[in-house]
Structures are given as structure tokens and as C-alpha cells.
Design a protein around this ligand. Structure first.
Ligand code: MCN
Ligand code: MO
Length: 742
């Protein structure tokens, strides 16, 4: 059997030999697109002169809002599956602004040519006359509504909603102490290795799109809505995707312009973002929480008051709207805090739009609640573990004050076990000794509870061919995680056959009948469960085929290890291959089954610790990162561990190094020269342990997600270790060298 074992990833040969096919690798006689971008954060567009650009050798067309926007029946809007569109103020973003630009880097025209180089040259020859306006680039200023980003909305506030529960005044009256807490996440960039890319080909009324996306079906729906082309005439296919981290769920105006251009020209058009375009395309986080916490002397948290201010950037993206909703709902986290008075406010600013990044909302919520726990510990002179233990939910299932139902677990048990298994107190003691010798080292701990496997559904189809080989078509869309290997393990076990006979495919709307995609750490749990359920249907049918051959009732047939047997007569046997073959020669031919599996969210949790060292220049390094997680049943420990390592390294970046710095004009002023993505050199030593006595989800897989866990809790862990190392309080990610040794 394969489930639970570190089966090697099945499809990696092409990746390690450089033979994978990303959008940019697809050979096709397509025209190249590039974009003219605003150099002002806020300005009226007076005139765009493209005549010189059109004279550049090899240039086919230059289109502005005049040519492109009329093709669009709608624009980019938030994802209605996950948010109520009515709770947000937004405008549907068309390809190009018609009247005014709203951030530096906003595309205003598309240049199309025979090759990339002439496109680059021609971009510089497009003349745009602007009438500059004063920009508003800080959230705090934007909230005052003195300068308005979208005139139509008459306010910069897109969303302002209270999240209240319990009796907050009573909680604060009964408190022994009121503790102030601040938690800030600066803007950062997901930086998948493969930047965004798209090829659009429009021929004879059919639109074919090759697209670096996480959600091909959702994008087909969006292209259909926006361009008024029936979904039946659109194909979206996702080739190999070189990482996404949540950022490829959103749809860019550049991509709409590429599709529109291919429709106008009747020729294929392609665009691959340059690295600087990619850095503009997928900015994430940026929010500030300020609050007060009512506590008892023993560390019991009675209530939390606070305000969460979130930057949306200049436009509402497909996914940004999820965050002002999920963050407050997850602020109570794994703790039995029932009195809350939170306000969540999301504002527009003249800065690049915000999308989501690994964890999307849960890292923010976890950072806030773990900052609260650590600060309370400091203020009361208590230990980090004690404060958490005192507040953790003890009886599950548990419904949190905002209605989220935590499914299963033993939070206190895991914390106690984790602290032991990860050697927390030993490390604490070691760090204390080291500090006495003058070394700046510290150990930090944080706990997390994660909501994942957002559905509500996923599609799976299985075809067993006449040779008995298995093709699994999953609606999930793996793009680095390796879930396809996990799914193959589940199916190979369900059929009790060699895993090499199972192939898993995904990501093409012409092949996959329906799908939600991969995000929110859902794939193995909901996609794997869907596959298991279809496997049951296939096996049922095969048993029925064997039964009819033997002229017996289906109950008489048993299947084990590649063989169908008649219970009453051990001499009657048929192999897996024989039955598969028979299936194609019966009156109801074939072994093709499919279904939609639906289930609720599930809640993994865990405790992580980190060891941080700070040198004399204030540069911090994470020496060790240790994780103890209950993710339900682990399908493939190597894959799951890989997720902890990857997310953990991104947490190192978020906590210490990565910041998408903007100047006062909202201009992104970093490149890879000063946007420090941690490399192997900055990678800590990782230890990842999964609870043996895990608490399964109620999915057939028994699993819970792990794809985001370490980036959800890691920043809180590392900042706590930093505090321990230098004996100061830090509130911000990243906390940079000049702040560390202030
Ligand atoms: N797994 C397991 N047992 C479990 C849970 C998971 O063996 N109990 C394995 C799965 O088989 C899969 C991996 O762990 O190989 C992650 O599974 P899961 O938690 O279901 O998450 P998804 O597959 O849905 O991946 C999405 C998640 C998200 S939301 C982001 S963001 C992210 C992440 O995955 N983006 C990634 N990890 C990434 N890893 C890579 N390489 N690239 C990205 O873009
Ligand atoms: Mo994600």
C-alpha cells in the first residue's frame, strides 16, 4: 500500500531535467505583447499618441482603452463563490483606464509585435500626456477620504464591517489588566519562479487560452462573462505551472488585453510577465491591526477589541476581498475567546493592487492572535506555553464566536506533546546560556489553527482502460505541491494495484468536466476524497461485471490485490486486467466514472518553534525551524514535509527580509537586488513531525491540509524568537536589521 509512505513524486523527471512546459515554452506562431505603464500614481490621461510606436519595425498594433475596453462586457471583480459582492464597494476593472490612472505601473496600452524586442522598443515610443493629481498611498490617509481613488465610489473605503461577539464591556470591566497589541504585515510579493503568462488564440469563434493559472474553470467562466463568449466556445488550459502561492487565482487587466487583442487581430497573442511586471502583478498582505486585550492575572484572555486596516491597492482583485472577511473570523484562532469587538476596514490607495499569498488571511489572523498571546505572556510575566494552554479550546467540535466550526483535534495535548518533541524548553535554556556569553540567540514558539479545504466541492473522474491502466482526472490543479502523487497513492490503494499504472491529469477545461482548483490547502483532502469516491464506483462496477460473468449475486464477489474472487468457490478468479478488458466488451461498455464530492472546511493545527541568531549588524538568521502538526492522516510524509520546508522558508522571508517597498508615490522601488528572498544560504535546519495520534477530518482521506501551514504560523514564530534574542518587542513583518538593533 502507498498511503502514508514517502512515495517519490511521480512526474518530476521533466522538472529536474528542464523539460517541463510552461506557457512561455509553448511554440506557436503568436504575436508578442507588452505594456505601456503609468508613470504617475494618480493622474488624468489627457492623450495617448501611438504613431511613433507604430513605425517601429515589426510592430503590428498598439491598442488603448478605446479599442480594447469596448470588447469587454464586464470587468475584473471579486470571486462571488467566496465573498458577497454586495458587502464591497468596487468597480469592475476593465483592461485599461479610460479617464485616470490609479497607480504607478498601471497598464494604459498594449503594444503588439512580431518579436519581444521590437515590442520593448515601441513601448518607449508611446507618448502619454498626463495631468497629475495628488495621490493617496497610505491606508491611514486613504481612510480619511480626502483624496479619492475611484471617483465613482465617492469613498476609498471598500469594506467596513464590525465583527462583534459576546459581551465586550463586561470582559473589559472584569479584566485585571488591559494589554495593547499592534501587529503589522508589510506588503510582500509571492515570487513564484515562473512569472505570469498567457497565450490567447481566437479562431472561428472559439477562444483557446494557455494560461499560468490555478483555476482554469473559474477563468473560463470569467472570460466568458467578460467577453460575452459562451463557455462552450472557450478552452482554458493550464500547462506546467511553476509555482503560484495563491497569486495565480487572480486575473490581470494585461491578460484581458491580450485576449481582446487576439480577438481584434484574429491572431494568437502571447504575454509573459517580466520579473518586474511579475513583482507588480502579485503584491500581497499589507495590513495593520491595533487592539486592546482584556486579561486575567493567570493569563486568561477575556476579550479583544481592535481594528484591522487592510490595503487593497488601487483595485479590487479577484481574491483580495476574502481577507477582510476571513481574518477577523479567524482572530480568535484556537482559543476559547468569546468576547470580541473587531472592525475590519479595507481601503483603496494609489498603489499596486493586492492579491493573495500563501495562507491568505490565516497568516494575518495567526500573526495577530499569536502576537496577542506572546504580548500577554510578557505583560503578565508568564510563559508562552502557559498562556496558550490556559486559553486553548478544550472541547471539539467547537463553534467559534463567528460561527466557524472547528472539526476535530486536541489542541492542549498537541501543544504539550509538541513542546516536548521539539525540545522547546531545552532550546530555551540553551539560548539563555548563550545570551549570557554575549550571543544574541533566541527561541520562539507559536501555535496555529488553520481553516482549509475550502470547497464546497471538487470533481474527479476515473477511467480504467481495456488494459486495466488507470487515468485519474482531478479537478484540483497542482502546480508544485505534488498532490497528483498523493492522489495516485490513494487511487492505487483503493484499487490495490501498482502505482505506476495510475496516471493523474488536470488543468484543461476540455479534459476536466468541472473543477474548483487548487488553493486553500484543499487538494489532497477534497480532491483526494473525490478520487477515492469514484474509485469505489469503478470497483463496484468491476465487481458487477465479475458477478454477471459467474452468474452470481454481486455480494458473492470479493476483490483483493488485483484479483476478483468468488467467495463460495476459490477456484473462480479473474484478474484486474481481465475484468477491465471484459468491461469494454459488455453491453454497458467501459469503466468511466465521475462525481462531484462535497464537504465542509477542516481545521489542521500545530505548534512551531524557531531559533534565531542576530549578528552585530542586526542581520537575523533563522538557524532552526521545527514543526509539530496535526494534519489528520498524512497521505505522503515526504510531500507534506516539503510543504513545511517551503512554507517555512517563505516565513523566514516574510519575518526578516522581504518587503515590497513603495515610495511616497506608491512606486515599487525594489528589485531582486534589494528584495531579499531567502535562498539555501538563509534556509534554517528543518525538523517536521506529524502527530502520530492524529485527529482525522471527516473526509474519506482523513487528511487535513498542510500546504500553507508553515507560512501561516512561521512569521509569528520567528518574530517571537527575535524578541527572545534581543529582548525587545517587535510588531512588524519584516522586522529589519535597523529595527532589530535600534
Ligand atoms: N499532503 C499529505 N497529507 C496531508 C496533507 C497534504 O500528504 N494530510 C500533501 C499533498 O499530497 C500535497 C501537499 O501535501 O502534495 C499539499 O497538499 P494540500 O495541503 O492539500 O494543499 P494543496 O495541494 O491544495 O496546495 C495548495 C497550497 C497553497 S493554498 C499554496 S498558496 C501553496 C502550497 O500549496 N502554493 C504552492 N504549496 C505550494 N508548493 C509549491 N511548490 N508551489 C506553490 O505554488
Ligand atoms: Mo493558497
Amino acid at each position: 500500500s502507498y498511503v502514508g509512505k514517502p512515495v517519490k513524486r511521480l512526474y518530476d523527471d521533466k522538472f529536474v531535467t528542464g523539460k517541463s512546459t510552461y506557457v512561455d515554452d509553448i511554440r506557436m506562431p503568436a504575436l508578442y505583447a507588452g505594456f505601456v505603464r503609468s508613470t504617475y500614481p494618480h493622474a488624468y490621461i489627457k492623450r495617448i499618441d501611438v504613431s511613433d510606436a507604430l513605425k517601429v519595425n515589426g510592430i503590428v498594433a498598439v491598442f488603448t482603452s478605446k479599442e480594447i475596453n469596448p470588447l469587454l462586457k464586464g470587468g475584473i471583480r471579486p470571486w462571488p463563490t467566496y465573498i458577497d459582492l454586495k458587502s464591497f464597494r468596487y468597480i469592475e476593472r476593465k483592461a485599461f483606464p479610460e479617464n485616470k490612472v490609479k497607480y504607478i505601473g498601471e497598464p494604459v496600452a498594449i503594444v503588439i509585435g512580431q518579436d519581444k524586442y521590437s515590442v520593448r522598443d515601441a513601448i518607449d515610443k508611446v507618448v502619454v500626456d498626463y495631468e497629475p493629481l495628488k495621490p493617496v498611498t497610505s491606508m491611514e490617509e486613504a481612510e480619511k477620504d480626502q483624496i479619492i481613488v475611484h471617483d465613482e465610489l465617492k469613498t476609498n473605503i471598500s469594506y467596513k464591517i464590525p465583527f462583534k461577539a459576546g459581551e465586550i464591556d463586561k470582559a473589559f470591566n472584569e479584566a485585571d489588566k488591559i494589554v495593547k497589541v499592534e501587529a503589522i504585515n508589510e506588503r510582500l510579493i509571492p515570487n513564484p519562479m515562473e512569472p505570469r503568462g498567457i497565450i490567447a488564440r481566437y479562431e472561428g469563434g472559439t477562444l483557446s487560452i494557455w494560461y499560468s493559472t490555478q483555476v482554469p474553470h473559474y477563468m473560463r467562466l470569467e472570460f466568458s462573462r467578460i467577453f460575452g463568449i459562451p463557455e462552450s466556445k472557450i478552452r482554458v488550459s493550464m500547462p506546467d505551472v511553476g509555482g503560484a502561492f495563491g497569486s495565480k487565482v487572480h486575473l490581470m487587466p494585461e491578460e484581458l488585453a491580450v485576449v481582446a487583442s487576439s480577438i481584434i487581430l484574429g491572431r494568437p497573442v502571447r504575454w509573459t510577465a517580466t520579473r518586474s511586471e511579475e513583482m507588480l502583478a502579485s503584491e500581497a498582505r499589507h495590513n495593520v491591526f491595533t487592539g486592546e486585550v482584556a486579561v486575567k492575572k493567570d493569563g486568561t484572555v477575556l476579550g479583544i477589541k481592535g481594528k484591522l486596516l487592510l490595503d487593497l491597492g488601487a483595485y479590487m482583485t479577484v481574491t483580495a476581498g476574502i481577507q477582510p472577511l476571513i481574518i477577523p473570523m479567524m482572530i480568535p484562532g484556537p482559543y476559547k475567546i468569546r468576547n470580541l469587538d473587531l472592525e475590519s476596514v479595507a481601503v483603496y490607495t494609489n498603489t499596486p493592487p493586492i492579491t493573495m499569498y500563501r495562507g491568505a488571511s490565516r497568516p494575518e489572523a495567526t500573526y495577530i492572535i499569536e502576537r496577542i498571546m506572546s504580548t500577554v505572556a510578557d505583560e503578565l510575566g508568564l510563559d508562552d506555553v502557559t498562556v496558550r494552554e490556559r486559553n486553548l479550546v478544550t472541547e471539539l467540535p467547537y463553534t467559534n464566536p463567528f460561527g466557524l466550526r472547528y472539526d476535530s483535534g486536541d489542541y492542549v495535548g498537541l501543544l504539550k506533546e509538541g513542546v516536548k518533541k521539539l525540545g522547546y524548553y531545552e532550546l530555551k535554556k540553551w539560548a539563555e546560556e548563550e545570551r549570557k556569553k554575549g550571543h544574541r540567540v533566541g527561541v520562539g514558539l507559536a501555535f496555529y489553527l488553520e481553516i482549509c479545504s475550502f470547497g464546497p466541492w471538487e470533481y474527479a473522474e476515473i477511467r480504467v482502460d481495456e488494459r486495466g491502466d488507470v487515468l485519474v482526472i482531478t479537478g484540483t490543479t497542482p502546480h508544485g505541491q505534488g498532490a497528483e502523487t498523493g492522489i495516485a497513492q490513494l487511487v492505487a490503494d483503493a484499487f490495490q494495484i501498482d502505482i505506476n499504472r495510475v496516471r493523474v491529469i488536470w488543468g484543461d477545461t476540455d479534459t476536466v468536466a468541472a473543477s474548483m482548483g487548487t488553493y486553500g490547502s484543499r487538494s489532497i483532502t477534497i480532491g483526494g476524497s473525490a478520487a477515492m469516491k469514484v474509485a469505489e464506483k469503478i470497483l463496484d462496477k468491476m465487481k458487477r461485471i465479475a458477478a454477471s460473468t459467474w452468474n452470481v449475486d454481486v455480494q458473492e464477489v470479493q476483490y483483493e490485490k488485483g484479483e476478483f474472487r468468488l467467495k463460495s468457490d476459490p477456484s473462480k478468479r479473474m484478474s484486474w486486467d481481465d475484468v477491465a478488458n471484459l468491461a469494454y466488451r459488455s453491453h454497458d461498455p467501459g469503466l468511466v466514472e465521475k462525481l462531484i464530492y462535497e464537504n465542509d472546511v477542516t481545521f489542521p493545527y500545530g505548534v512551531h518553534i524557531a531559533v534565531v541568531e542576530v549578528d552585530d549588524t542586526g542581520i537575523a538568521r533563522v538557524l532552526e525551524y521545527r514543526a509539530y502538526d496535526d494534519i489528520g492522516k498524512v497521505i505522503n510524509p515526504a510531500l507534506a514535509e516539503g510543504q513545511i520546508h517551503g512554507g517555512g522558508l517563505q516565513a523566514v522571508g516574510q519575518a526578516l527580509y522581504e518587503q515590497a517597498l513603495l515610495n511616497d508615490n506608491g512606486q515599487l522601488i525594489v528589485t531582486y537586488a534589494d528584495y531579499y528572498i531567502p535562498t539555501a544560504v538563509e534556509a534554517p535546519k528543518f525538523t517536521s513531525i506529524f502527530a502520530e495520534n492524529y485527529h482525522p477530518s471527516n473526509y474519506p482521506t482523513g487528511s487535513k491540509g498542510v500546504g500553507e501551514a508553515a507560512l501561516i504560523v512561521g512569521p509569528a514564530v520567528i518574530i517571537r524568537a527575535l524578541e527572545d534574542a534581543v529582548g525587545a518587542r517587535f510588531t512588524k513583518t519584516p522586522t529589519t536589521p535597523e529595527e532589530i538593533l535600534r
